[in-house]
Design a protein around this ligand. Structure first.
Ligand code: FEO
Ligand code: CA
Ligand code: CA
Ligand code: CA
Length: 565
């Protein structure tokens, strides 16, 4: 274990200590400010729409920044900088009038909740002070649970996705529980639909079958949508949930474009989508399925991408694989095909979890973000934690033994697995793996729960989740864990963002967020002088110091104008 001081030499910032307050902390010489909060106007007609006591009204709810910011990417379009950013979910208690007690009572109240989730595209501009949102920019756009979309790939138009409203099965509506993100090689945004299952409920008889239970679909919807919108009623529309849980592509450069759900990439509780290229130019997308005992997937296109060339078919025609990690630190990508799974081509994609089980994929400790090193052919996945090994949250799932990259029985801390594809080729079906870091608490434990050698009292954390590499090849790690600072977590403080050196293994704390919040979503300004960081579900009344807590994107920069990191 190295000391925090020794680490300081390896990073271009002085690592900071933990915090337990309701504020943000960054290293000496850095500064931060709030860029945009839940309820802030994207269009001038919504100026002042947010009220500290009542939040936002339904009629303004698709003209403001949504709640619970998550995955985020920056795009340069015609000399402008655009950020596309997810709003994963809403807290109905603080969005709805107090007397609703957290459950919508009308179609209007459902619309309010639908509109404050989904995706925001917004132009940002450098005002010399950490950027600001360009209100009324022609690029500004909200994409919600009611936005018309299309679907491509093998599932589009098949019986599994036909509904009363869309008998052709080609025009799904809305993108939901948008968690992590991705950026294509051609400059579009990938939004990743995670816990979509919770939005559906049955007003009468429930559809039955392994395809529902494995994905946790059934019972009552978390927001009572089904009572006011038949699309979310499992009794009326049993195929509607098959139209969600996909990777959806949005072109931020064209505010009139129709988002596309790419069925070829499989349906599960998507965390993020990390796109790289195989040695031969094929497109590779790594994806985690964030639930205890689920899998890591890889999609490989059949066609190749060349700079500025056609993107036709690159995300609709390809092969989906699932990862098998062996105890000897080798691994393989198992192709999901009718031959290997005994399922039809469309069933493999709609019920990817079951296809993964059929081929013997390795159950993981909740795969969150995957990030690939831009300077080296290797990939990292945050396995956030597994507090309940052996209990299957997803009926029909596999046993979850403590094996391979998931070595600890009760795993409250999480770990980051790294794999190196054979032949330095992301297109290869074989790899070797190791654990980049096993989080832990060396002040409480002196066994495996102390964590790996690169964890010490000065940099410890739990529950790695968001991850991104910067252009210099440093790995940024965001946490979504227990911030009680008590017991097993004593000395770890609030959730935090750290920077890891992939070569030396050193890890240093860069930022802490308000108690109650997780850190999720990270991108940089085009000149890399400003980092944009998401603060989700803060506690207290951050950042206004009065009224409701407001999730927000903050900008962080160096006072001397150098690049961040
Ligand atoms: Fe929405 Fe798995 O985090
Ligand atoms: Ca996450
Ligand atoms: Ca998480
Ligand atoms: Ca979250």
């Amino acid at each position: 274990a190295t000391s925090a001081n020794a680490q300081a030499a390896a990073f271009k910032f002085a690592p900071i200590g933990i915090a337990t307050d309701h504020d943000i902390h960054v290293p000496e010489g850095y500064q931060w400010k709030t860029l945009v909060r839940w309820g802030d106007a994207l269009f001038s007609e919504a100026n002042g729409a947010y009220d500290a006591e009542n939040g936002v009204s339904a009629d303004m709810s698709d003209k403001v920044f949504g709640e619970n910011t998550d995955g985020m990417e920056l795009f340069e379009v015609d000399g402008k900088q655009l950020i596309a950013v997810n709003s994963e979910y809403v807290n109905p208690k603080i969005n709805l009038p107090a007397d609703a007690e957290g459950t919508p009572r009308s179609a209007d109240e459902v619309t309010l909740l639908k509109n404050l989730q989904g995706v925001t595209v917004m132009e940002v501009a450098d005002n010399g002070n950490g950027y600001e949102v360009v209100i009324d920019s022609p690029y500004n756009r909200r994409i919600t649970h009611d936005t018309p979309m299309t679907m491509d790939g093998p599932v589009a138009g098949t019986d599994l996705v036909k509904t009363n409203a869309d008998p052709a099965g080609m025009s799904p509506v809305g993108t939901m529980n948008n968690c992590g993100s991705g950026k294509t090689l051609w400059g579009t945004y990938l939004t990743c639909e995670e816990n979509f299952n919770g939005y559906f409920g049955a007003t009468g008889a429930e559809p039955v079958g392994a395809g529902y239970t494995r994905y946790g679909i059934g019972g009552e919807g978390r927001y009572a949508y089904e009572k006011f919108d038949a699309r979310f009623d499992l009794t009326a529309e049993p195929n509607e949930p098959h139209r969600h849980g996909w990777i959806t592509e949005i072109d931020p450069a064209d505010p009139t474009s129709t988002p596309v759900k790419h069925s070829a990439l499989g349906r599960f509780k998507h965390e993020n989508a990390e796109m790289v290229q195989a040695a031969d130019g094929r497109v590779v997308v790594y994806m985690g399925d964030d639930e205890r005992g689920e899998f890591i997937y890889k999609y490989v296109s059949n066609g190749i991408y060349t700079d500025g060339g056609s993107t036709e078919g690159l995300l609709s025609d390809g092969q989906l694989y699932v990862a098998k990690f062996n105890d000897d630190q080798t691994g393989e990508w198992l192709a999901l095909t009718p031959e290997t799974t005994g399922m039809s081509a469309e069933e493999i994609l709609v019920f990817a979890r079951m296809a993964g089980s059929a081929v013997g994929a390795t159950t993981m400790d909740r795969p969150e973000w995957v990030a690939c090193n831009p300077l080296k052919v290797e990939a990292y996945c945050a396995l956030t934690n597994n507090k309940n090994r052996g209990v299957k949250p997803n009926a029909g799932g596999d046993d979850t033994p403590a094996v391979g990259p998931n070595p600890r029985e009760t795993n409250n801390y999480g770990q980051i697995v790294r794999w190196t594809p054979a032949n330095e080729d992301h297109g290869s079906t074989e790899f070797t793996w190791d654990l980049y870091v096993m989080a832990g608490n060396p002040t409480v434990y002196d066994n495996a729960y102390a964590g790996s050698d690169n964890v010490n009292a000065g940099n410890m954390f739990n529950s790695p989740d968001g991850m991104a590499f910067d252009s210099e090849g440093m790995l940024w790690i965001q946490t979504d864990g227990d911030d009680s600072n008590e017991g097993e977590f004593e000395g770890q403080g609030n959730n935090q963002m750290l920077v890891g050196n992939p070569e030396t293994g050193e890890i240093a704390r860069f930022m802490t967020v308000p108690n109650g919040a997780e850190v999720t979503g990270l991108c940089w300004s085009a000149d890399r002088k400003v980092a944009f960081v998401g603060v989700q579900h803060p506690g207290g009344s951050w950042p206004d110091n009065t009224g409701k807590p407001r999730s927000a994107v903050v900008a962080v920069w160096r006072k001397d104008g150098a690049t961040v990191g």
